[in-house]
Each structure stands twice: as C-alpha cells, then as structure tokens.
Design a protein. Structure first.
Lengths: 238, 124
C-alpha cells in the first residue's frame, strides 16, 4: 500500500510494498513512485481512469523492481482528500505467479491442441487428419488454421478427415468444420470426411447441418480409395 | 466513345490461355477497369481460358468477389474458362464467413494446377 501525491511523490508506504518492489523507503521518497512502473504511461493511464471515476479496482499494471525484473500487479486506487488536498491511496497485489501459471497453462493447451490434431502426409498429395476426442470451438479453430496453412504451402490435393474418434459434436463445431471444408475447396483442394459414426450422423441430421455437396465415406479405407481415384492412382496387388 | 483507361496489371498470353496476377490492392474502380480489360483481352486474343492468380490479394470484399464472378460468367459466355488460383487461407475464410461463394468459378491451388485444369476442360 502506498499513499502518494498526484505528481507521484511518496507520502507513506508499507513494508509489503517495499518488499514487492525491492526499494527502500528512502529510495522511493527520493525517486517518487513513477519509476516503479515498467511503462511510464502505466501510471498516467491509471491516473486518467482515477480522474474519471474517482476509484480504480483490479487494475492490471506491470511494475519494475529495483533489480530490473518485472512483476504484474493488480491495483486498487482511490482518490482521497486529506488536509484539503487530493492524494492517491493505492493498494497493489503481486499476481506475477498467477500470470505465469496462466501463460503456462495456455501454452500447454496449445501444444496439446497441436498434438491432438496432426496433419499426416499419407501419400504424395494426400493428407490425413484424424480427429480424436472432444471437438470444442478452440480446437476446431486451430484445426481450421493449420489445415488452410498446410494447403497454402502447396502439395495438398486431397484431405481425408477421419472423425471416427470423435465422441460428440455440437452445431457450432459442425458448422465451423463445414466452413473449413468450403475454404479448403476455395483454395483448390478436395476434402473428404470419413468415419461418421451412427450417433454423430444422427446428431448432424437432427441439428440440421447441411452436408450436401460434401463428400463422405463410411470408413477411412473407402476415403483413401476415393483419394487415390481422385489422384488417378491405382493400388496393384502383387 | 470513351477511352478505356489501361490498367497497369499485366495480362499475359501463353498458348490459348491468358494469365494475370494483380499485385496491387483492387479497389472498386480499379476492379471494374480490370474486369473490362480482361474481357476485352479474351475477345482480342480468342483465349480459351484464363488463370487469375490472386495470391497477392490479402483483403477481399463483396464487390471484388462479384467482379470476379462476373469475369467468370462473362468469359464463359465468350467460350473461355476462368480458374482462380492461389487464394490465401485468410481470404478463403473471409469468403466463407461472408457467405460469398465463387459460384461458377473453378479454383485451384496454384498456376500450374490452374493451367492443368484448363487443359483438361478443353480435352473434354
């Protein structure tokens, strides 16, 4: 917690704040509070918000410690009138660790997402996209991006998307997949859906998802046959 | 008769086919001029097909899509097939999101594929 003038000079500061920033009381007195903000506009924005509403709650700001490291803090600030002048009362809470954990979690989710939606080159020009597990909108979005980027890199003639490992599908996800299919076509590649399980098929029909014009096959095997035919490849027994 | 302003986008001829690839942003006026010039060139050169490479286009709007559609239908009436190649992922997605489809327009991945498609159509 600290109590400052509008210009940033320190009136009072508690132990916790000194520990958090690594400065001593004397240093803060001398330098003022402005230097504690990693970004000088940080305090200006805080002051602006404070002027507009008189109080600020859970304001996220990056502070710079004495040793140069940065920490993310949530701030509550109030404009208080004291002895006929306005001062700012600020309480900050260090949330760096929470932020780091959030970031790590997000990164991990992305990695899992990438691993769980691989694009495998089965044959020259034939890409297999096996989908397993639960499809949520975040995963479908990532899938859409990686498929389209893959096509943009060239070489992809036919994409075989096998959804036999999909547990359930909702309208939003299904529609997003449909849009992906349309985009794939626009980019000049072909796409085929295989392995639609009975319950998924029933869901798609009940949801009224428009599947016309989309090539589907019951099994991955038939899907591959379609892809080979499309590329005028023939398997010869020997 | 008004003089048709020449658009600074080259339209190249290769055998029976025309190849063109706009490298500048096609704002509305330019798009219309471009369309007119392409159609004129098709008549002039008696081309049997046109490959429109849009790999340099990163933003599309409904107007531009309509112009491309018109190029394709007009060209087809005049006996030339149009293949649009090189749509970028984000452009393809925008078209889908906007519900705009390139009706009657063939698409292909790149110039090479586009030419192949034109040749196949001719053989049939």
């Amino acid at each position: 917690m600290w109590l400052t003038e509008l210009d940033g000079s320190i009136l009072a500061v508690n132990r916790a704040m000194l520990d958090m920033t690594g400065y001593t009381l004397e240093e803060l007195r001398k330098a003022g509070v402005v230097g504690v903000y990693a970004d000088t506009s940080g305090r200006e924005r805080l002051l602006k918000a404070l002027r507009e509403t008189g109080r600020v709650r859970d304001w996220e700001v990056v502070l710079k410690r004495k040793d140069g490291t940065e920490c993310t803090a949530l701030m509550n600030a109030d404009e208080v009138e004291m002895a006929d002048r306005k001062v700012i009362f600020t309480a900050a809470r260090d949330v760096s660790e929470i932020k780091l954990a959030e970031k790590a979690l997000k990164e991990r989710d992305e990695i899992i997402g990438k691993l769980s939606t691989p694009i495998i080159e089965l044959w020259e020009g034939i890409m297999l996209v096996p989908l397993v597990g639960i499809l949520n909108s975040a995963r479908v979005k990532q899938l859409n991006e990686s498929i389209l980027r893959h096509i943009a890199r060239g070489k992809t003639e036919v994409i075989v998307m096998d959804i036999s490992g999909i547990a359930a599908i909702d309208t939003k996800t299904a529609n997003y997949i449909l849009r992906t299919i349309q985009a794939v076509r626009l980019m000049g590649s072909d796409i085929i859906i295989t392995g639609i399980r009975p319950d998924v098929a029933v869901t798609l029909v009940t949801l009224g998802v428009e599947l016309s014009g989309i090539v589907t096959r019951a099994t991955l095997r038939e899907g591959l046959e379609y892809a080979f035919e499309k590329l005028r490849l023939r398997l010869t027994g020997g | 008769m008004t003089h048709v302003e020449k658009v600074m986008i080259p339209i190249l001829k290769s055998g029976d086919y025309l190849i063109t690839s706009p490298q500048v942003a096609l704002h509305d006026k330019l798009a219309v001029q471009y369309k007119d010039e392409i159609l004129e060139r098709i008549v002039e050169s008696r081309a049997k097909g046109l490959v429109l490479d849009v790999s340099a286009i990163d933003v599309v709007d409904s107007f531009l899509v309509r112009q491309i559609g018109e190029i394709a239908s007009a060209a087809s009436i005049m006996g030339a097939q149009v293949v649009v190649v090189g749509l970028r992922p984000e452009v393809a997605m925008t078209l889908v999101e906007m519900g705009l489809s390139l009706i009657g327009v063939r698409t292909a991945r790149d110039l090479e594929k586009g030419m192949q498609i034109l040749r196949e159509i001719r053989k049939q």
